[in-house]
Write a protein that binds this ligand. Structure first.
Ligand code: ZN
Length: 461
């Protein structure tokens, strides 16, 4: 692969700007520039080679569909000539089409964009709900909120950064030179989180690759060994390394900047909380397209469960803290189901639209895993057998029928009645003997004493 990249780079250099229509890998060169972080916007300059026979260059901004106004200006030119850009932001694609008929020279794109992104359930009222934004002092930017894919085929890319003094770019990309990164066409368009700011960086070898840990403004017991321990736990659980090879990044940021965390294909960003970090890291195996929407309880609930266990295993959570976390999740589940219990399938389907369903995916999903584990243990079995069976093969789009089949393949009918009762039918989970909620664990967002207002963790004095 490296030979191919280097060769591609040489070909690019040798053909220069005179004829990019030759065969061979084509490189798009992107420069990401932040001049005034407090403005929240990023300026991007791209030089895109045009492929033979192309008449339209279509740039698609993945996250713009929901807020097309974030793209402040986009111009295109080639060989000194201004090109006409069709801004089609109203359609489902948020695509910008450029007529390149007869164009030989690379197309030079310039735009200014606000890369702020809120996940389902995030509210613009609370800036720290955002999973991508640039502020005075730091930026965490989601690739899908910054850079476009090309609908006629992605090119290999080189990305460089022009940032304020003392800022560095922490990315999950291969770096060829300080501050210059290469991304193969096959990985372009993958969603990842880039850390831009005065990050302190640590490096952790992982097989042939490296995990870059970027820490900014947090004082935490999470160090290289802790990240290594969590990754080892997950690798054991899955029975294999994460699917995507390549460098990775782990960004630790202050809670006032980001509440919670997020995972990309080879990156995570989160507060310096052991449970949240362990959860996000496990998404490198339990990624969001592993299941369909109806089985979100697995990708989020089971990830949450094993995140808690992993954090305990490496000594970042004590047994008491784990018990406190389960008690808070249990109280949250009982509160959200106070009128009637819901099936895991039903809450999974409501995940993107409704806060109650979304939180039940986490709280009930986590406790369902703990319940299955307890019931399997009585039969001298373990839930990890099921996890490994699901994660061993690289699969996507699993629905509840597929998961039930895997469960039956692993345990016969030992767990089938439990699956039916709580995934398909909306039975309440039995009382599992957790103590009263304290609200201190940070695991729950809703508790009766706070009513229908999501609350932040109550800090110990
Ligand atoms: Zn998650």
């Amino acid at each position: 692969m490296l030979v191919q990249l280097v060769l591609g780079f040489l070909i690019f250099l040798s053909i220069g700007a005179c004829d990019s229509r030759d065969a061979g890998p084509l490189y798009a060169a992107w420069r990401v520039e932040i001049v005034d972080p407090a403005s929240g916007v990023v300026h991007v300059h791209g030089e895109i080679p045009v492929m033979v026979g192309t008449t339209t260059l279509a740039l698609q901004f993945r996250d713009l569909k929901r807020h097309p106004q974030a793209l402040l200006a986009l111009t295109a030119r080639s060989g000194g000539r201004e090109l006409v850009v069709d801004h089609i932001t109203e359609d489902a694609d948020a695509t910008h089409r450029i007529d390149v008929t007869g164009i030989v020279d690379p197309v030079v794109i310039e735009y200014t964009i606000n890369p702020t992104f809120f996940p389902p359930g995030g509210s613009e009222k609370y800036p720290s709900d955002a999973r991508s934004r640039v502020v005075d002092g730091v930026g965490v930017v989601r690739t899908g909120s910054l850079l476009p894919t090309m609908t006629d085929g992605n090119r290999n890319a080189r990305v460089s950064f022009s940032l304020p003094a003392d800022w560095v770019a922490v990315t999950p990309w291969r770096s060829v030179d300080t501050g210059v990164f290469t991304i193969p066409a096959s990985e372009w368009g993958q969603v990842d989180y880039l850390g831009l700011g005065p990050f302190e960086t640590l490096e952790l070898p992982m097989g042939k690759d490296i995990v870059r840990i970027g820490v900014l403004g947090v004082d935490s017991e999470i160090d290289v060994d802790a990240v290594a321990g969590l990754l080892e736990f997950h690798r054991e659980l899955a029975g294999s390394p994460p699917v995507d090879p390549g460098p990775r990044t782990v960004l630790l940021v202050p809670q006032k900047f980001m509440r919670g965390g997020a995972a990309g294909a080879r990156s995570t960003v989160q507060i310096a909380d052991a449970g949240v970090l362990a959860h996000e890291l496990l998404h490198w195996w339990v990624h969001s397209d592993l299941t369909t929407a109806e089985a979100k309880w697995f990708t989020e609930g089971f990830t949450n469960y094993y995140g808690i266990l992993a954090a305990q295993e490496v000594g970042l959570l004590s047994q008491d803290e784990v018990t406190e976390c389960f008690a808070d999740l249990n109280a949250e589940m009982r509160y959200l189901e106070r009128d009637r219990p819901r099936s895991l399938q039903q809450v999974s389907e409501g995940y993107t639209r409704e806060a109650r369903s979304r939180r039940l995916v986490y709280s009930k999903g986590t406790l369902f895993a703990e319940l299955l584990e307890r019931e399997l243990r009585l039969q001298d079995r373990a839930l990890s057998e099921f996890m490994r069976a699901v994660l061993t093969e690289s699969r996507a789009g699993l629905n509840n029928k597929d998961l039930r089949e895997t469960l039956a393949n692993v345990y016969g009918n030992l767990a089938d009645a439990r699956f039916i009762a709580n995934v398909i039918a909306g039975e309440a989970l039995p009382d599992m003997g957790f103590g009263p909620a304290t609200g201190r664990s940070g695991c729950a967002r809703y508790l009766p004493e706070h009513g229908d207002q999501p609350f932040e963790r109550e800090r110990e004095p």
